[in-house]
Design a binder for this molecule. Sequence first.
Ligand code: DQA
Length: 143
Amino acid sequence: MRILVINGPNLNLLGTREIGIYGKQTIQELEKYIKDWIKCKNVELRFYQFNSEGEIIDCIQSNANWADGIIINPAGYSNTSIAIYDCIKGIDIPTIEVHLSNVFSREEFRKKLVIAGACIGVISGFGFNSYILALEHLITKLR
Ligand code: DQA
Protein backbone atom coordinates (compact mmCIF):
# COMPACT_ATOMS: atom_id res chain seq x y z
CA MET A 1 0.00 0.00 0.00
CA ARG A 2 1.26 3.44 -0.95
CA ILE A 3 0.39 6.52 1.07
CA LEU A 4 1.21 10.10 0.16
CA VAL A 5 1.48 12.58 3.04
CA ILE A 6 1.43 16.26 2.11
CA ASN A 7 1.94 19.15 4.49
CA GLY A 8 1.06 22.70 3.56
CA PRO A 9 2.52 26.13 4.27
CA ASN A 10 4.39 26.99 7.45
CA LEU A 11 4.40 23.42 8.72
CA ASN A 12 8.16 23.50 8.05
CA LEU A 13 8.23 25.91 11.03
CA LEU A 14 6.94 23.30 13.48
CA GLY A 15 9.10 23.31 16.58
CA THR A 16 9.41 27.09 16.74
CA ARG A 17 6.02 28.21 15.45
CA GLU A 18 3.29 29.00 18.03
CA ILE A 19 4.61 26.37 20.41
CA GLY A 20 1.57 26.70 22.70
CA ILE A 21 -0.59 25.40 19.85
CA TYR A 22 1.69 23.15 17.80
CA GLY A 23 4.24 22.02 20.37
CA LYS A 24 8.02 21.84 20.22
CA GLN A 25 8.41 18.94 17.82
CA THR A 26 9.64 19.58 14.30
CA ILE A 27 8.36 18.35 10.96
CA GLN A 28 11.37 16.01 10.77
CA GLU A 29 10.15 14.48 14.04
CA LEU A 30 6.65 14.18 12.57
CA GLU A 31 8.05 12.32 9.56
CA LYS A 32 10.02 9.98 11.85
CA TYR A 33 6.99 9.42 14.11
CA ILE A 34 4.90 8.34 11.12
CA LYS A 35 7.68 6.24 9.58
CA ASP A 36 8.30 4.47 12.91
CA TRP A 37 4.57 3.76 13.25
CA ILE A 38 4.23 2.21 9.79
CA LYS A 39 7.23 -0.11 10.24
CA CYS A 40 6.18 -3.73 9.64
CA LYS A 41 2.82 -2.59 8.25
CA ASN A 42 3.82 -3.03 4.63
CA VAL A 43 3.11 0.60 3.77
CA GLU A 44 5.24 2.71 1.44
CA LEU A 45 5.23 6.37 2.37
CA ARG A 46 6.09 9.59 0.58
CA PHE A 47 6.22 12.59 2.90
CA TYR A 48 6.37 16.19 1.62
CA GLN A 49 5.97 19.77 2.77
CA PHE A 50 5.29 22.71 0.45
CA ASN A 51 4.66 26.36 1.10
CA SER A 52 2.87 27.07 -2.15
CA GLU A 53 -0.49 25.92 -3.48
CA GLY A 54 0.84 25.10 -6.95
CA GLU A 55 3.50 22.77 -5.54
CA ILE A 56 0.85 20.93 -3.51
CA ILE A 57 -1.27 20.47 -6.63
CA ASP A 58 1.73 19.38 -8.73
CA CYS A 59 2.65 16.85 -6.04
CA ILE A 60 -0.87 15.36 -5.90
CA GLN A 61 -1.06 15.17 -9.70
CA SER A 62 2.37 13.65 -10.14
CA ASN A 63 1.67 11.00 -7.47
CA ALA A 64 -1.83 10.19 -8.70
CA ASN A 65 -0.62 7.02 -10.42
CA TRP A 66 1.43 6.01 -7.39
CA ALA A 67 -0.70 6.68 -4.29
CA ASP A 68 -3.46 4.41 -2.98
CA GLY A 69 -4.38 6.95 -0.31
CA ILE A 70 -3.53 10.54 0.59
CA ILE A 71 -3.23 12.34 3.91
CA ILE A 72 -3.12 16.09 3.58
CA ASN A 73 -2.65 18.86 6.10
CA PRO A 74 -3.42 21.84 3.85
CA ALA A 75 -2.61 24.24 6.75
CA GLY A 76 -3.58 27.80 5.78
CA TYR A 77 -4.96 26.65 2.42
CA SER A 78 -7.64 24.60 4.20
CA ASN A 79 -9.89 27.62 4.35
CA THR A 80 -9.36 29.04 0.88
CA SER A 81 -8.16 26.61 -1.76
CA ILE A 82 -10.73 25.66 -4.35
CA ALA A 83 -7.79 24.67 -6.56
CA ILE A 84 -6.68 21.95 -4.10
CA TYR A 85 -10.34 20.91 -3.67
CA ASP A 86 -10.66 20.54 -7.47
CA CYS A 87 -7.39 18.63 -7.65
CA ILE A 88 -8.52 16.06 -5.04
CA LYS A 89 -11.92 15.79 -6.75
CA GLY A 90 -10.14 15.27 -10.05
CA ILE A 91 -8.26 12.17 -8.91
CA ASP A 92 -9.96 9.09 -7.57
CA ILE A 93 -7.88 8.48 -4.45
CA PRO A 94 -9.29 8.40 -0.90
CA THR A 95 -7.95 11.47 0.85
CA ILE A 96 -8.12 12.44 4.52
CA GLU A 97 -7.59 16.00 5.72
CA VAL A 98 -5.71 16.27 9.00
CA HIS A 99 -4.88 19.07 11.41
CA LEU A 100 -2.56 19.04 14.40
CA SER A 101 -4.70 21.51 16.32
CA ASN A 102 -8.47 21.44 16.83
CA VAL A 103 -9.39 24.03 14.22
CA PHE A 104 -12.97 24.10 15.55
CA SER A 105 -11.84 25.49 18.89
CA ARG A 106 -9.81 28.29 17.30
CA GLU A 107 -10.60 31.45 15.29
CA GLU A 108 -13.83 31.50 13.23
CA PHE A 109 -11.93 31.72 9.93
CA ARG A 110 -10.33 28.32 10.57
CA LYS A 111 -13.68 26.55 10.92
CA LYS A 112 -14.79 26.67 7.30
CA LEU A 113 -12.85 23.88 5.61
CA VAL A 114 -13.03 24.34 1.84
CA ILE A 115 -11.01 21.24 0.87
CA ALA A 116 -12.73 18.88 3.32
CA GLY A 117 -15.69 18.33 0.99
CA ALA A 118 -13.37 16.58 -1.46
CA CYS A 119 -12.02 14.30 1.28
CA ILE A 120 -13.46 11.15 2.85
CA GLY A 121 -13.04 12.68 6.31
CA VAL A 122 -11.27 15.17 8.55
CA ILE A 123 -9.21 14.51 11.71
CA SER A 124 -8.39 17.57 13.77
CA GLY A 125 -6.88 18.18 17.18
CA PHE A 126 -4.73 15.15 18.00
CA GLY A 127 -1.26 16.48 17.22
CA PHE A 128 0.97 13.95 15.43
CA ASN A 129 -1.67 11.30 16.17
CA SER A 130 -4.05 13.01 13.72
CA TYR A 131 -1.80 11.54 10.99
CA ILE A 132 -1.70 8.11 12.66
CA LEU A 133 -5.49 7.99 12.98
CA ALA A 134 -5.78 8.85 9.30
CA LEU A 135 -3.24 6.14 8.42
CA GLU A 136 -5.12 3.59 10.52
CA HIS A 137 -8.28 4.32 8.62
CA LEU A 138 -6.63 4.15 5.20
CA ILE A 139 -4.88 0.88 6.06
CA THR A 140 -8.19 -0.65 7.21
CA LYS A 141 -10.09 0.70 4.25
CA LEU A 142 -7.58 -0.16 1.56
CA ARG A 143 -6.66 -3.70 2.70
C1 DQA B 1 -3.23 23.55 10.90
C2 DQA B 1 -4.40 24.45 11.29
C3 DQA B 1 -4.55 25.58 10.27
O1 DQA B 1 -5.67 26.39 10.61
C4 DQA B 1 -3.30 26.42 10.25
O2 DQA B 1 -3.39 27.41 9.23
C5 DQA B 1 -2.06 25.62 10.10
C6 DQA B 1 -1.94 24.34 10.80
C7 DQA B 1 -3.01 22.42 11.93
O3 DQA B 1 -2.36 21.43 11.58
O4 DQA B 1 -3.47 22.53 13.07
O5 DQA B 1 -1.11 26.05 9.48
O6 DQA B 1 -3.50 22.95 9.66
